[in-house]
Design a protein around this ligand. Structure first.
Ligand code: IVH
Length: 672
């Protein structure tokens, strides 16, 4: 217990006093819970440790002690912490406990719900209408005087309207908007400084600046949510009245709050905001549920740490610490050698993550993550999981920096890193990993869409030497599988049937399946439409290809180069021998309103399926890629669009259209 106390105290200090936490909040919360459970189970040991001179257990403390950098401020009304609920059962358990405490015949039928902002708690004191002092929470009893920096926050009035009570303390959260944070970090990096880890730390670090001029450049914001001491204030009956009062005082209250009459509605609110987590320009890591009636709040009271009348429902963490087991290398279809993190499974961003890309040698070196390290893993929204960095205080003493392996882990060919490039490559075109990758790409749903021909079957056939390139896919006899475990009449018949169906896939899909560098599915469609057959495409000149609207010389050269390679010509011959007869593209009779325009569709539309929306664009001469870039003409959003696409489009200042706008765009080619 003593060493767990030390770890909690260490992280408590880093978080509250240095604004530089080493581990994610979720892991810190867990550590505190572990210690509390242990102390609850062994109160005698805890008491002995308390008496031992180490003082109150860190599990019982509200926040950090004052650092000494700023003058201490004693809070007239303590600034408490909140208890947490991590799932709906815990939330309902809390609700039941409150009702039991009030007496079985009582009910709570007004619950106030609001967001739990991820920032730094402040108490701002006004006397005779003037801002006189602003303090951090500190340990709940004594905080630090940060009046000088808080005065630079535009959301915080320096004076209150006439008639304001003689003493008012407004409590709330100072925070940094995501957009401000991104700009700050861009500037940090440009100046050769370390970027901030997250907006919370950036906000806390800015408030605790000595120089208010520095804080002023940080463009901080503030959401009020509670009152501290109020002398001769209005008689408020409900927490929701507090919000009205705060507005009258000249504060802007956050819009996302609601009063509901039961916990079912609270749960619905939580689910709604789980889905909106990335739609807002500021971070929130939970939902705070408060009993709305202030006299019921008073009746319920508080423990030494937290009020009984409120709870913080924590959303699934987007950052967690876990063990980095190893850094293996994966070999891609084109031979690219990518290091990735093999992780002890960790629940983060709502899913269990077991691996995350590490991109390339330079990234691993910059992050200095090493097998055996505890590392922080981040998965926010629909973004792919990322390793943020190591937890240095937990690194083994004998750990050494990771080095990129010299040889391909699949075929043992020495890896190369061409000069000026970030990526290593396996130069062996016949590396089984590359062969498998090319065949998997060819067979995938967006290409030849061969059912019953997944990774396992492909792996087996390549390893056993039955197929060696995509040309063999339609030539080998599925009977060859019979001698392997798990393959019988049904699976062989299924595969034979699937291959037959795939022989007549549309030409654009076949071209895409060939994995010609720079030819994604949209470009493949354009090539199919322009040339009508594989033979015609094989005979096309770079000028002819570059002349197609939407394609350029890079793509043209790449296509011509691909068809000039002898082994590729052999593949085409085998495909033809194997009975592949691509369906020629239908020439669209629609007006070509979207030539040269690239339109991304995200989310569900009422009158178009996913494929239909794509076809509607392509049939009018446009491109319909899967991701937003600066060359995107417009983003069309339906129900539940991908948050990262919307954010990217907003960042790039692209037009964002709804379904009606999409219809107009299709028919006129112009923005509505
Ligand atoms: S009410 C006595 N409401 O969460 C209850 N706190 O973990 C006072 N926080 O110290 C807190 N958003 O820094 C409340 N809407 C909200 C909040 C909120 C964020 C923070 C606050 C508090 C911490 C507790």
């Amino acid at each position: 217990m003593a060493s767990l106390r030390e770890r909690v105290a260490h992280h408590l200090h880093l978080y509250h006093e240095l604004d530089a936490p080493e581990i994610p909040d979720a892991d810190f919360d867990r550590l505190v819970h572990e210690l509390r459970d242990l102390e609850d189970a062994h109160p005698d040991v805890a008491a002995a440790l308390d008496a031992d001179g180490s003082g109150v257990s860190p599990a019982q403390q509200v926040g950090g002690a004052a650092s000494g950098a700023f003058s201490p401020v004693r809070h007239d009304v303590p600034m408490m912490s909140l208890d947490n609920a991590f799932d709906v059962d815990e939330l309902r358990g809390w609700g039941d406990r409150l009702v039991r405490r009030l007496g079985e015949d009582r009910a709570i039928d007004r619950w106030n719900i609001e967001l739990k902002f991820d920032g730094l708690a402040l108490s701002i004191r006004y006397e005779d209408g003037q801002l006189v002092q602003a303090a951090t929470r500190g340990d709940g009893t004594t905080g630090e005087d940060v009046t000088h920096t808080v005065r630079t926050i535009a959301d915080i009035p320096h004076s209150l309207p006439a008639g304001a009570p003689p003493v008012v303390e407004v409590r709330g959260e100072a925070y940094m908007r995501r957009s401000t944070f991104d700009a700050l970090n861009d500037a940090q990096v440009a100046a050769g400084l370390k970027p901030y880890v997250n907006p919370r730390n950036a906000a806390a670090g800015s408030i605790r600046q000595k120089d208010p001029a520095v804080a002023a450049t940080r463009n901080l914001s503030f959401w009020p949510y509670q009152l501290g001491r109020v002398d001769n204030g209005p008689a408020l009956e409900r927490h929701s009245d507090t919000f009205r009062f705060l507005t009258e005082l000249g504060f802007t209250v956050n819009d996302h709050h609601r009063v509901v009459d039961g916990l079912d509605d609270v749960v619905a609110f939580i689910h709604e905001y789980e889905g909106r987590r990335h739609d807002l320009d500021y971070e929130f890591d939970g939902v705070v549920v408060k009993v709305d009636e202030l006299d019921v709040q008073r009746e319920l009271g508080s423990t030494s740490r937290a009020p009984r009348w409120a709870i913080a429902y924590k959303l699934p963490p987007e950052e967690r610490a876990t063990r980095l087991i190893d850094i293996p290398i994966s070999i891609g279809t084109n031979g690219s050698a990518t290091p990735y993190a093999l992780l002890e499974p960790v629940f983060v961003g709502g899913v269990t993550v077991t691996n995350a890309t590490l991109h390339n040698e330079d990234q691993v070196r910059a992050k200095d993550v090493r097998p055996g390290d505890m590392v922080i893993v981040r998965r926010a929204g629909d973004v792919i999981p990322e390793v943020v960095g190591p937890v240095l205080s937990e690194r083994a003493k004998d750990s050494v920096p990771w080095a990129f392996p010299a040889d391909c882990p699949v075929c043992a060919t020495p890896l190369i890193r061409p000069e000026g490039e970030a990526r290593h490559r396996c130069p062996n075109f016949h590396c089984p990993a590359q062969i498998r990758g090319r065949i998997e790409h060819f067979a995938q749903r967006g290409a030849m869409d061969i059912e019953f021909f997944g990774e396992r079957t492909i792996d087996l056939l390549v390893t056993e030497g039955v197929i060696a390139d995509v040309g063999d896919v339609f030539c080998f006899d599925p009977e060859a599988l019979r001698s392997f475990e798990g393959f019988g009449d049904t699976s062989i018949e299924n595969l034979a049937g699937a291959l037959e169906v795939s022989r007549t896939r549309p030409l654009g899909k076949v071209i895409f399946g060939l994995a010609i560098p720079h030819v994604g599915s949209s470009n493949a469609e354009l090539l199919a439409k322009a040339f009508g057959s594989l033979d015609a495409l094989a005979g096309a000149s770079a000028e002819q290809i570059a002349g197609i609207d939407g394609l350029g010389s890079v793509i043209a050269d790449s296509v011509v180069e691909w068809f000039a390679v002898e082994s590729n010509a052999a593949i085409l011959a085998k495909l033809s021998e194997g009975g592949v007869r691509p369906e020629a593209p239908q020439v669209s009779t629609l007006e070509q309103t979207l030539v040269g325009k690239s339109i991304v569709v995200s989310g569900g539309l009422a009158n178009y399926g996913r494929a239909e929306a794509k076809a509607a664009i392509v049939d009018r001469g446009g491109k319909a890629p899967g991701s937003v870039s600066k060359s995107t003409f417009a983003l069309v959003v339906g129900n539940d669009p991908g948050a990262s696409k919307v954010t990217k489009a907003e960042e790039l200042g692209l037009p964002i259209l709804d379904e009606a706008g999409f219809d107009a765009l299709l028919s006129t080619g112009e923005l509505p």
